[in-house]
Design a protein around this ligand. Structure first.
Ligand code: ZN
Length: 188
């Protein structure tokens, strides 16, 4: 799943849940948490670790995925639903993940399962060159995406537009209240 897909489907799920549960969620935070595993793993790949999966490593396993949400819950217990947004990311990436990766280290502790491989030091490029090469690789995500993934992304953008229209975010006061406070109702 691509960027808009992760944000769109996560926000839509929280938007629907808040109507059914009669509780309000910060849809900005839900969208961020839905994208968090890609943001963390791509940063790790670009700056720190050799990752054969090019940005789907530690946070794309259930154990690694829960590290940041656990810190969030420790900070404020009522934030626990947003941990589901981060876990939902794995469900949306499902076709790209093997069981060995998702359930690492339960089905085998080898770091290869989460894409981390030991490289021969003689093959290493200078650090800054390597960062630049990997940065260009992760920025090519859309160029290399399959047609179904692009269609899922387009559908997610439509969903976000639908929610924005339903919530009348075209009204400046409502849009400001949403952007600054994460609230969908008009400011009092
Ligand atoms: Zn991902």
């Amino acid at each position: 799943m691509l960027v808009a897909g992760h944000i769109g489907y996560t926000v839509a799920a929280f938007w629907e849940a808040q109507k059914r549960l009669d509780r309000s969620f910060d849809l900005r935070l839900a969208g961020l948490m839905g994208l968090l595993p890609d943001a963390l793993d791509r940063a790790l790949y670009v700056f720190a670790i050799p990752d054969a999966h090019k940005g789907r490593n530690l946070s794309h396993s259930i154990v690694g995925n829960l590290i940041v949400p656990a810190a969030l819950i420790a900070y404020r217990r009522d934030l626990w639903p947003y941990a589901l947004a981060s876990l939902g990311h794995l469900a949306l990436d499902g076709e790209l993940l093997s069981a060995h990766q998702a359930f690492w280290p339960a089905l085998g502790r080898d770091l290869k399962h989460i894409g981390i491989e030991r490289r021969d030091p003689s093959e290493r490029e200078p650090y800054l060159e390597r960062v630049w090469t990997r940065f260009k690789e992760v920025m090519r995500t859309y160029e290399e995406a399959s047609l179904p993934n692009l269609l899922f992304d387009a559908a997610a953008l439509h969903l976000l537009a639908f929610i924005a229209l339903r919530e009348r975010l075209y009204q400046p006061a409502r849009l400001r209240n949403f952007l600054l406070r994460g609230r969908l109702e008009a400011a009092a």
